[in-house]
Design a binder for this molecule. Structure first.
Ligand code: AHR
Length: 508
């Protein structure tokens, strides 16, 4: 068992960790919308306007700051006018990316914004560049956000909504390098300039425009967009910006895209490969930030990691196009590692969105297609344990000793991850022991301020493969952590193997 010392200065608040890095993503994909969020008004499952109230209630505990919709790849196939107006008159379409199923457009703009209102989340709507038109995107923004009697505002009223919505975030296409049009960086950069021009501010809240950014380590893509933006200027710089945020997509997969590994059947070596792949997010954040820094040293443009998380093989017997996977203790640690990295890069990261919230990829919630039963995943619990970091100021945290490592694919992978923040007279410290088999102890050397109260929460399980099911919904669930003792330097925290611990301090 190793012993480490983490020095934390409680009196040195640093960059603000935007609550939006705890953002979510709901695509028309598999059972995320239909069966997940939305069951229709005639369902026996309690709902409001067709939206599942049990799902809403569970997610409200996470204080979801924003929700991205309708895709993903689906966004560049989606034509918003098909999803407004009387449901029985809405045209159908084929969801070619995800299972080749017929989409009846029952869940459209009004339903999504109703969902956001129920969740208390800010909407992030992703427009269609791949197969849409500039006019279509421009009119969607007008329909959403304009208050007077403009043609689109009048159409919205005809469809039953008087007041405009506040839509603070709008995406200019998705994965333009792939499913969003198979474009080159130059081609998309030109289109982004054109589309961005017609995304107008109709309401009081200016739209924060998010350009479709790079795939993994395509730094050239980031450079192309940042360079285009830097050529623009003027007195009001923001008004001349093509975009306020630039996205990045990176998924943690174990094998190849053909065989990504199983969610619950894996060995210890596989697990460490996962840890290494999850930590790669740090390299990508450094790389893209360096490119952005060259054009935007003041860091006004946000890096928006609007798709991240684990992507495993689908559960046996499920539709391969539905991306339904289980979620084990391993996934929880992937989430905690990502959050530490997002906190570390708080100056540049304005938002991140887990893919995806319900029934797809690294979900918070899984619903049973037959019984409708709802299960909270281990990843859900990490999001819940971290709500204290939302809009908090990052605190400096440094280990005195070299971290224990494990050799994986020729690299030394650190087996401990941590971060800390402060807000409202409290501090929250997040500690992950990534060692599959050994416990560790971390002394928290707490400097700068005294504290009057301590609460600690532990998330772990017998094995890394343990996951929650309707039969065992709490196989992985947070408990009060009793392994925290006073220490001459502050506190001493025991971390069992493969565990996640949060320590919350009331500051004096
Ligand atoms: O999240 C699933 C898919 O992954 C999204 O639709 C797409 O943007 C990405 O490739």
């Amino acid at each position: 068992m190793s012993q480490l010392t983490a020095v934390i200065d409680l009196d040195l608040p640093g960059a603000r960790i935007s609550r939006h890095v705890y953002g979510h993503f709901a695509e028309h994909l598999g059972r995320c919308i239909y069966g997940g969020f939305y069951v229709g008004e005639d369902s026996e499952i309690p709902n409001e306007g067709g939206i599942r109230l049990d799902v809403v209630e569970a997610l409200r505990a996470l204080r979801i700051p924003n929700l991205r919709w309708p895709g993903g790849c689906f966004a560049d196939d989606y034509h918003w006018r098909d999803g407004v107006g009387p449901r029985e008159e809405r045209p159908r379409m084929v969801n070619s990316h995800w299972g080749d199923v017929v989409e009846d457009n029952a869940f459209g703009t009004h339903e999504f914004l109703h969902l956001c209102e129920l969740l208390g989340a800010e909407p992030y709507i992703n427009g269609n560049v791949g197969s849409g038109t500039v006019r279509e995107m421009s009119e969607w923004v007008e329909y959403l956000t304009r208050g007077d009697d403009s043609p689109m505002a009048a159409l919205r009223r005809e469809h039953g909504r008087d007041e405009p919505w506040t839509v603070p975030f709008f995406g200019i296409g998705n994965e333009a390098w792939g499913c969003g049009g198979n474009m080159t960086a130059g081609q998309y950069t030109h289109l982004a300039r054109q589309y961005s021009t017609y995304i107008r501010n109709h309401g009081e809240t200016p739209v924060y425009k998010i350009a479709a950014g790079a795939n993994v380590d395509d730094y050239g893509w980031t450079e192309s967009l940042m360079q285009a933006q830097s050529g623009l200027g003027g007195a009001d710089k923001r008004a001349h910006q093509l975009f306020q945020g630039l996205s990045l997509h990176y998924y943690t997969i174990n094998g190849s895209w053909q065989d990504k590994g199983d969610a619950t059947v894996f060995g210890e070596d596989d697990y460490y490969v996962t840890v290494k792949r999850a930590q790669r997010m740090g390299e990508l954040l450094r790389g893209h930030s360096a490119v952005m820094d060259a054009y935007d040293p003041e860091r006004t443009v946000g890096l928006i990691v609007d798709e991240w998380g684990t992507w495993w093989n689908v559960e046996p017997g499920t539709n391969p196009g539905f991306l339904y996977q289980q979620n084990a203790m391993r996934d929880a640690l992937v989430a905690s590692v990502h959050f530490d990295l997002f906190h570390e890069h708080a100056e540049r990261i304005h938002m991140a969105n887990i893919a995806q919230t319900v029934n797809v990829l690294q979900a918070m919630i899984l619903t049973d297609p037959d019984s409708g039963a709802l299960v909270l995943t281990p990843s859900y619990h990490v999001f819940a344990m971290n709500t204290g970091h939302h809009d908090a100021a990052r605190l400096p945290l440094a280990f005195k000793e070299a971290l224990p490592t494990r050799s994986v694919e020729g690299a030394e992978v650190p087996l401990v991850s941590a971060s800390a923040s402060t807000k409202d007279g409290a501090a929250l410290i997040s500690l992950s022991n990534l060692d599959a088999a050994s416990a560790t102890t971390i002394v928290l050397d707490l400097r700068g301020r005294a504290f009057t109260g301590v609460e600690a929460t532990l998330l772990t399980a017998d094995t890394l493969q343990t996951h929650n099911t309707p039969e065992r919904p709490d196989a992985v669930a947070p408990v009060t952590h009793t392994g925290v003792r006073e220490h001459e330097r502050g506190l001493e925290v025991e971390l069992p193997p493969h565990s996640y611990v949060t320590v919350s301090l009331q500051l004096a």
